[in-house]
Design a protein around this ligand. Structure first.
Ligand SMILES: Cc1cc2nc3c(=O)[nH]c(=O)nc-3n(C[C@H](O)[C@H](O)[C@H](O)COP(=O)(O)O)c2cc1C
Length: 146
């Protein structure tokens, strides 16, 4: 399985998570490329079986949360009918930013196979290893089925 992981990160947390996801996909036998969404290998992304797209949660910590820097994500070329797995990083709640990102992908006619939020920092530190495993396994299972 060829997996392209595209991320938008402001302070490095989402980049680090994208790299952890990449290592996990690789550990399961996939060929992986991890790129900032504004600077990716178009050939690699075009040939990918799955495109994983992630950004951070922007908002007022509780109110009006949305996918961070969506303008950067909008520079991504056509993903219509591509299998995509989506993630957001957050500190308080991933709900609104994740649903915003899912809506963004649906607007582009992508096929969303998996989605998850990852708490990479903030109060109540959480061990996210299990979340990473689950996201990677779900993504791979659903891409194989489609
Ligand atoms: C301006 C700003 C607004 C944020 N708003 C929210 C928010 O509304 N809800 C939340 O859960 N996290 C919020 N966060 C936290 C980030 O989503 C979180 O720290 C994320 O992992 C940062 O990723 P990065 O290190 O790649 O920039 C905010 C962070 C910043 C800088």
């Amino acid at each position: 399985m060829r997996i392209a992981i595209l991320y938008q990160s402001l302070r490095g947390g989402t980049k680090k998570l994208a790299e952890s996801l990449g290592a996990n996909f690789q550990g399961k036998g996939s060929l992986v490329g991890v790129f900032p969404i504004t600077n990716y290998d178009a050939q690699f992304v075009l040939g990918a079986d799955l495109i994983v797209i992630g950004t951070w949660t922007d908002g007022l910590f509780g109110l009006g949360a949305r996918p961070g820097q969506i303008g950067k994500l909008n520079t991504l070329r056509d993903i219509a009918h591509k299998d995509v797995a989506l993630f957001v990083t957050y500190e308080i709640s991933p709900e609104k930013s994740l649903s915003g990102l899912i809506e963004w992908a649906h607007d582009r006619s992508a096929n969303v196979v998996a989605s998850a939020g990852f708490k990479v920092r903030g109060p109540f530190r959480k061990n996210i290893e299990a979340d990473i495993q689950m996201f990677v396994e779900n993504s791979l299972n659903l891409v194989e089925q489609s």
